[in-house]
Design a binder for this molecule. Structure first.
Ligand SMILES: [Zn+2]
Length: 94
């Protein structure tokens, strides 16, 4: 999931309005990996809960969004196209 909403990944599928470049695709595929290891529904519950908690902390939706652990992992590694080959499970940043 990204701020501009041109792409979203749900239940292991990536939906996008236009073809994604390799970096964007990598970002979404990192979310797919996260969702699979959290069995999908818990991922969304955790994602939304963390966004709300961070919003209370930062009082800003976008700042909160960029600080969600799943987004941090995806943004920090989206440029590394080999990342998913070497990624460890449950390696969300704290
Ligand atoms: Zn994202």
């Amino acid at each position: 999931m990204r701020g501009s909403y041109y792409a979203i990944c749900l239940f292991g599928f990536i939906l996008s309005k236009r073809p994604l470049n390799p970096t964007e695709l990598n970002h979404e595929q990192i979310h797919v990996a996260q969702q699979k290891e959290l069995l999908f529904l818990p991922f969304f519950i955790w994602y939304v809960a963390e966004w709300l908690v961070l919003y209370i902390k930062y009082r800003d939706w976008m700042t909160a969004y960029y600080n969600i652990r799943f987004e941090k992992e995806a943004y920090n590694h989206q440029d590394d196209l080999q990342y998913l080959k070497n990624r460890k499970h449950y390696c969300y940043q704290h």
